[in-house]
Write a protein that binds this ligand. Sequence first.
Ligand SMILES: C[S@@+](CC[C@H](N)C(=O)[O-])C[C@H]1O[C@@H](n2cnc3c(N)ncnc32)[C@H](O)[C@@H]1O
Length: 292
Amino acid sequence: MTRSVNYDSVADQFDKRYERSDYGPISRLLLEFAKGPRSGPVLEVGCGTGHWLAEIAGLKLPCFGLDPSRNMLETAARKQTGATIIQSVAEALPLADDSSARLFCINSFHHFQDKERFVAEAARVIRPGGTILILGLDPHNGLDEWWIYDYFPQVIEIDKARYPPTKDIRDMLERHGFTACRTEVALHMPIRIEARSALENGQLDEGATSQTAVLTDGEYHKGMQRLVIDIKAAEARGQTLVIGADLRVYATIATRAEDLRDNEPALVCIARFFHGGRLTGPHYSTSDMPRI
Ligand SMILES: C[S@@+](CC[C@H](N)C(=O)[O-])C[C@H]1O[C@@H](n2cnc3c(N)ncnc32)[C@H](O)[C@@H]1O
């Protein structure tokens, strides 16, 4: 079992990441992906606070955002993106077969406890010819540097256990009938920040990244103590400690084969979901569920 993050407890600070860093290349890639050929209903799995649903709202496509974290979804619902918000998990998508033209996961796939089961579910709900986008880090290729990996040496192994290599993602997609699987660098983030100001403005808080959020309090405080020692040592020399990262975020894209199986009658599972910021639930009959 890989370590997991309690997103209910970090929901209120989650969107700060979008104020601090430029995610423009991911926005552009997502917009191209969402409106691509034969567009139609779009589903984000692990939508969190709905940042990416807001980015594609202007396309006026039917959109659905799914996530297990109620607090993340409360924030998503407040954004009024027009998307239908569903509280559920990737491994049991409460959506009809062949119901989505596009399905995407941005920085969420590594959190899914059973990735193979999710990909099987994605193959079920994506219609023939529809596409999937899975976006995340690949800590296996040894290209990335990150101050977090320096100060919390256990994190690289935790990340390797959570994030499959992109090749494994492509293989998994192929096993479930996806074709034209390819991976590209969606975002290259060289980052340099002054450690003291980052510490004081909350940028290094335990909940600021999932890498620190998965640590025990003891592990986090031990690494932070080492960082504070380095900050003070630099200041004693009249210098400013600068910490940084050189990260690549990879997009793996694939198409669901046209002739995988017969179209079965739509079957929708029971789930809890929001409409326009109001939690309506907990249970819906199949006829009440969105048939996208
Ligand atoms: C790093 S956040 C990304 C949120 C959003 N995609 C973004 O990029 O802003 C990861 C999200 O994955 C969700 N998550 C964790 N386990 C999940 C699962 N089994 N199924 C679906 N989503 C899950 C978390 O609740 C969290 O909101």
